[in-house]
Each structure stands twice: as structure tokens, then as C-alpha cells.
Write a protein of this length. Structure first.
Length: 164
């Protein structure tokens, strides 16, 4: 068994290990991944299928708060979110970023495939130009309908009722 903590790398170590040139096809995605749910697991499995290694960059707590996801978010601290993601079979490595977007990290790593969920359009994906200019591609994966952290948090705050 691989200890999930061994799959969590600081950005500089990740870049040292997987900077171009490389033999693996690196797929990269990012997000807060605050309360892991079925939609996340489906999305990450589909992202992994696009290459050899899936790298997930999580927003630090400060970065997540700047996104304006709501009071008390993120619920889980960044180290816990990274560890849980690293425990998934589809995720090979997890790192973090503290900026508002991971553009700088993406521009340095230059993954072969940059993936975001269906709530994004190509023009809103940070790092898309850099990846495509380096010969990579950008993929948008459809979301699982009705599965979102925001809806789960709202349901919890309503005492567990599913009013929708």
C-alpha cells in the first residue's frame, strides 16, 4: 500500500520530477476539492484516463477563501484535502498553489493535458494558452449533474433536507 502522504509534493519537487522533457503523459487539473463527492471521483477518474499520470493541484486555504465560495469555506484544511485526494487510485500526485489561479504552476510544468470540469469554458481555463502553445491539449470534462460541494454544504446547513 502506498501512503497517500507520499503522493503529496511541494510544487518545486513536483516540477523537478515532472518538468519537460519527460516520458510520461502528464494530465493536470486543479480545484478546491473541499468536500469530496461522487462528482469529484468521476471527474478525476475520467481525467486520469487521458494520460499516464494525474497531478491535482489544490488551492491553499487562503486561495480558496479568495474564490468567495461562502462563509466557512473551505471546510477542510488544505493538508487534509490533499491527503484525501492522494488516497484516490486515480490520483498520482497532489500539490498546492496559493495564487488565485494555477497559471504560473501550469506554465512551469506544461502538462500534456490540462483538464477542467464542465462548468468552465476554454477561454476561462488558466494556463490553457501556455499548454496549447507547448503542444499540449485542453479538455473539458462534463460534470455529474446535481453533484457539487456547494449543494452538499447547503443541504447540511438546512439540516440535511434535500429540497431540490
Amino acid at each position: 500500500m502506498i501512503d497517500p502522504a507520499a503522493k503529496v509534493l511541494p510544487p518545486d519537487e513536483l516540477l523537478t520530477r515532472f518538468r519537460r522533457p519527460r516520458t510520461e503523459r502528464v494530465v493536470f487539473t486543479n480545484g478546491v476539492f473541499d468536500v469530496l463527492h461522487r462528482g469529484h471521483v468521476d471527474y478525476l477518474a475520467r481525467a486520469k484516463a487521458l494520460g499516464d499520470l494525474l497531478v491535482v493541484a489544490v488551492n491553499t486555504d487562503a486561495s480558496a477563501r479568495r474564490l468567495g465560495k461562502g462563509d466557512g469555506r473551505p471546510i477542510n484544511p488544505q493538508d487534509d484535502r490533499a491527503y484525501v485526494l492522494a488516497g484516490l487510485a486515480s490520483v498520482d500526485y497532489v500539490t498546492h498553489f496559493d495564487q488565485d489561479t494555477p497559471r504560473e504552476l501550469i506554465a512551469r510544468l506544461l502538462p500534456d493535458v490540462l483538464v477542467k470540469g464542465g462548468d468552465y469554458t476554454r477561454d476561462r481555463i488558466a494556463g490553457a494558452d501556455e499548454v496549447e502553445d507547448a503542444g499540449g491539449r485542453v479538455e473539458v470534462i462534463p460534470l455529474v449533474p446535481g453533484k457539487s460541494t456547494t449543494s452538499i454544504v447547503q443541504r447540511i446547513r438546512q439540516g440535511g433536507r434535500d429540497d431540490g
